[in-house]
Design a protein around this ligand. Structure first.
Ligand SMILES: [Cu+2]
Length: 366
């Protein structure tokens, strides 16, 4: 242990002795003064401290809010339309519970001061009142029903079907990172099979190359979205449960191995607009893993770039299908297959699972 460590222990021990001696001294003083007088004095001091605690506590709560509000997400506008609904819901809850908080806390501490023990007054014995009990059960029950009702209304809106024409992006979580897949020109995500996962063969997602829909699927290193255009995420996990957390969009959804989940939203602002709004030139939309998933959980950070349609088109045109990377020889032979008419995007979670793949294995072998 360092010298400063011993010093801190010595100071703490000294403080303990000082407090102990003061307590002992005040005990002797009270004996000398008489027990009754000491009680009255302590009673007055405690009652006064109740009011002090109320005022200091409320001022401190205000101060904390002032200091930290800008650092919370509420200081920033929600970057998705769904998030705006969630913010509204949060504000309604905060306002209702806030009013109750202020009324009950002020009454609690004021009553403790106003009705402190006094010789001139005896307490009124009032053990039971059914009417009062009904009131204080019914009012919170009603308030909570309204809050839950709001929640359900928004929940069904947010978790409902994505609008037609929504773009589709697959996001897959693994220990410890995110993979993104775009359906390419045919708008259909090709079939995947966990048994085919093989990073050494450039197939980290387990794409089934016998499914022709896989041939144009892209596998970029970050997610790009178009501003004001709805996007539907198809969420997968390869090992344990992860969670796609999108704090700026106020959304999150679990990534469960074996069960693709979905979530849709509409980005409101481009990354460039958010950089202006936040005054932070390095701002990026963050994907955080919101499910404790192992020792590297903290490092599971992804990025989303929201941009205009023109910027997005330029970016996506520069992406190479994973099929070409994984099958450098077969890609040329199967090239003709990718010119087949585009399959319609059915926009169902399991669309890519049910879809029949057209074998191109023979083409690959040549
Ligand atoms: Cu995770």
């Amino acid at each position: 242990m360092t010298a400063s460590g011993y010093l801190i222990i010595a100071i703490l021990a000294l403080l303990f002795v000082v407090i102990f001696q003061i307590a002992k001294a005040s005990e002797y003083v009270s004996v000398l003064k008489g027990e009754k007088k000491t009680f009255e004095q302590n009673n007055r001091i405690n009652a006064f401290l109740m009011v002090v605690f109320l005022v200091v506590g409320l001022a401190a709560a205000w101060w904390c809010n002032d200091l930290l509000y800008k650092k919370t997400l509420l200081g920033l506008p929600s970057a998705s339309e769904h998030g705006e609904k969630i913010d509204t819901m949060l504000w309604i809850t905060l306002i209702i519970t806030g009013i109750v908080f202020f009324i009950t806390q002020i009454l609690l501490f004021w009553f403790a001061y106003r009705y402190q023990a006094s010789e001139k007054r005896t307490a009124y014995y009032y053990p039971h009142n059914n009417f009062l009990e009904v009131i204080w059960t019914a009012v919170p029950a009603l308030a909570l029903t309204v809050l839950v009702g709001f929640g359900l209304y928004y929940w069904f809106k947010i978790t409902g079907e994505a609008p037609k024409g929504a773009m589709e992006v697959e996001i897959t979580g693994h220990q410890f990172g995110w993979e993104y897949r775009y359906p390419g020109k045919d708008s259909v995500l090709g079939r995947v099979n966990y048994k085919l996962i093989d990073a050494a063969k450039s197939n980290p997602l387990g794409q089934d190359w016998t499914d022709v829909a896989n041939q144009d699927d892209l596998h970029p290193s970050e997610m790009h979205l178009v501003v004001k255009r709805p996007v539907r995420l198809v969420i997968r996990a390869q090992d344990v449960i992860h969670d796609v957390g999108l704090p700026h969009f106020r959304l999150k959804m679990d990534a469960v191995p074996g069960i693709p989940t979905t979530m849709w939203f509409t980005p409101q602002f481009t990354t460039a607009e958010m950089r202006e709004k936040t005054g932070n030139p390095n701002f990026v939309y963050e994907i955080s893993c919101d499910q404790m998933c192992g020792k590297g959980h903290y490092s599971m950070k992804g990025t989303i770039i929201v941009e205009t349609q023109a910027e997005y088109d330029k970016w996506i045109a520069g992406q190479k299908p994973q099929y070409v990377t994984a099958n450098p020889n077969g890609a040329a032979a199967a090239g003709s297959a990718s010119t087949q008419p585009a399959t319609e995007n059915t926009n169902k979670a399991d669309a890519n699972q049910k879809q029949e793949g057209k074998p191109v294995a023979q083409a690959l072998k040549k």
